[in-house]
Design a protein around this ligand. Structure first.
Ligand SMILES: [Zn+2]
Length: 408
């Protein structure tokens, strides 16, 4: 099987995850069926230690083919697809030698470079598209096929030397639960890469530090006709609180490395108001300062309206993986070197969000994210270039090769 056949096979499985579910994986019928298929495929391809746990995490090993000690590294991809768009009955189709014009996905549904200028960067390539009614699932089944195909290639080319390589495929990344039950100890790698980035050259190892803040405001209700000097209207204090937060530090006014406070939700009445915020910043110190600031706003309102009127509870959610990568920059240098060898121009950008890799990094497995090739994910205009997938696979192979020479 070649890389593209393998990927198109995977798209036939509906592996959509669900935010509403309490089980692991969130959609057992869908995701476990695919996990079992993957396990079988890895066994058929002759990988070692192939196992699948009861939550659908699949692990396998490509043994070292050299005598000397080299670090064990890993590659990880997720097999669930986004709850935002249907992943059932995906009809993947290859548009060969894309001419740079409109692509008719099916009657009345057109993928156009006027709307998606990214298409133009793939003129002359072969693009895998949908029929416009489902997502494609290149996020992240492209990553899975690239990893497996790279392992198969390495098995078939014993002249290329590499250390022990581990691979893992997990459920429920799209609902933020992919790293939760990942067994870092069993995986046993010094570092790893998620192959879950977007277009050619994507390399990510910086993400937000993240916290959530719950603001509770207690009011005093009195008949409005007799309220003078007595009523404390939690609605009004909630608005005052929101107005004391900086207007130029919101998601809609920031980009790049700029952090923000984001008001997610207000639930408000005269007697009680609840505001829910998320706080984000790449810089750890600025992140800590933001948490102090939002508490200070609460303190100021308490001075004005009385102690106990406003309480602010802040909870950390996740941290910037850069903190864990910085002391081990070889993890990045190896990728940059591999990309150069594979003629891939690197695109290094900070993520304005979190990744599974960030959680794994804080569980002790430094884990940057590398491109898998998918574009426009989570929707029906998702596509992936065959040539970009090929380059992702080659980059994985090169990383294995370079890591084997790393200590020389
Ligand atoms: Zn993904």
């Amino acid at each position: 099987m070649n890389l593209i056949e393998r990927f198109i096979n995977y798209t036939k499985f509906d592996t959509q995850s669900s935010e509403e579910s309490q089980t692991v994986p969130s959609t057992p019928e869908k995701q476990m069926a695919f996990a079992r298929y993957l396990k079988e495929e890895l066994e058929n391809e002759g990988l070692d230690d192939v196992e699948m746990d009861e939550m659908g995490y699949v692990y396998a090993t490509l043994p070292s083919n050299i005598k000397k000690e080299v670090p064990t590294i890993g590659f990880i991809a997720h097999y669930d697809t986004s709850p935002d768009c249907s992943g059932a009955n995906i009809k993947a189709r290859i548009v060969e030698n894309y001419d740079g014009g409109d692509i008719v996905l099916s009657e009345g549904i057109v993928s156009s470079p006027a709307k998606f200028p990214e298409l133009l960067q793939h003129k002359g390539e072969d693009l895998i598209v949908t029929d416009g009614t489902t997502l494609l699932g290149a996020d992240d089944k492209a990553g899975i096929s690239e990893i497996i195909q790279a392992m198969v290639w390495l098995k078939e080319h014993p002249e290329v030397k590499h250390g022990r390589i581990r691979v893992a495929f997990n459920p429920d990344e799209e609902i933020g639960m992919g790293a939760h039950h990942f067994d870092v100890e069993k995986f046993g790698c010094e570092w790893a890469y998620t192959i879950d980035g977007g277009d050619l050259g994507d390399l990510e190892y910086e993400n937000f530090n993240a916290a959530g803040a719950k603001v509770t405001i207690k009011g005093v209700s009195v008949h409005p006709g007799y309220a003078k000097g007595k009523m404390l209207n939690a609605n009004i204090i909630a608005m005052e609180f929101a107005n004391m937060m900086p207007a130029d530090e919101r998601p809609e006014t920031t980009e790049g490395y700029e952090g923000f406070y984001h008001l997610l939700h207000i639930d408000s009445g005269i007697e009680c108001a609840k505001l829910s915020y998320i706080i984000r910043d790449h810089d750890r110190q600025k992140f800590e300062d933001r948490k102090i600031f939002i508490k200070k706003v609460g303190d100021q309102l308490n001075e004005k309206y009385g102690e106990g009127t406003v309480t602010v509870d802040v909870n950390d959610q996740y941290y910037n993986m850069k903190e864990k990568i910085d002391p081990q920059m070889h993890v990045i240098d190896i990728v940059l070197h591999a990309m150069q060898e594979c003629d891939v121009p690197p695109r290094v950008e900070p993520i304005r969000g979190g990744t599974d890799g960030a959680q794994l990094s804080f569980k002790g497995l430094p884990c940057p994210n590398i491109f898998a090739g998918g574009v426009n994910f989570h929707g029906p205009y998702e596509f992936v270039s065959c040539q970009v997938m090929e380059k992702a696979m080659n980059t994985i192979i090169k990383i294995c090769e370079i890591t084997a020479e790393y200590n020389d």
